[in-house]
Design a protein around this ligand. Structure first.
Ligand code: THU
Length: 126
C-alpha cells in the first residue's frame, strides 16, 4: 500500500461524510502494522459538539475490532471536492493518535508526510 493509495482511500472515505452543518467532508484511512486498512469519515450532529472527526472514527473502528498497532494515517478534507489543500488533524484527534502511536507515526496529508511529533510536539500523558 503506497502513501498515495492510502490517501486515495481517505478521499473515497470522505464520500460517506455526514456533514450537513459544515459542508466540510473529511475522510481518513488508517493502516495497521499488519496491513489492514480502517477508514472513517466525519459524523456531525445537530448538537454540534457531539460531532466526531474522521480520524477518530477510523481509530475507534480499528481499536474496537482489536487493532491498536498502527503504521500511518492518511487524511483528506474538502468543502467542494478539491482535496489539494492539506486538512491538518485537530488537536483532539492528535491526542487520540498519541494514545496508540509513537512520535514517528506518519500522517499523510495533501502536502506530504508529517509525523505526530511534528504536528503535536508536546502531548499530554499520564
Ligand atoms: N473535522 C475532521 O473530521 N477532522 C479534523 O481533524 C478536523 C475537523 C471535521 C469536523 C467537522 O465535521 C468538520 O470537519 C468541520 O469542522
Amino acid at each position: 500500500m503506497t502513501e498515495k493509495e492510502l490517501f486515495g482511500l481517505a478521499v473515497k472515505a470522505s464520500e460517506k461524510a455526514y456533514c450537513k452543518y459544515s459542508g466540510f467532508s473529511v475522510g481518513a484511512a488508517l493502516l495497521t502494522s499488519d496491513g489492514k486498512v480502517f477508514t472513517g469519515c466525519n459524523i456531525e450532529n445537530a448538537s454540534y459538539s457531539l460531532t466526531v472527526c474522521a480520524e477518530r472514527t477510523a481509530i475507534f473502528k480499528a481499536v474496537s475490532e482489536g487493532y491498536a498497532d498502527f503504521a500511518c494515517i492518511a487524511i483528506a478534507g474538502s468543502a467542494g471536492g478539491d482535496f489539494s489543500a492539506p486538512c491538518y488533524p485537530c488537536g483532539a484527534c492528535l491526542q487520540v493518535m498519541s494514545e496508540f502511536c509513537g512520535g514517528d507515526f506518519k500522517i499523510i496529508l495533501a502536502d506530504g508526510v508529517h509525523t505526530l511529533d511534528e504536528l503535536m510536539p508536546k502531548r499530554f500523558s499520564l
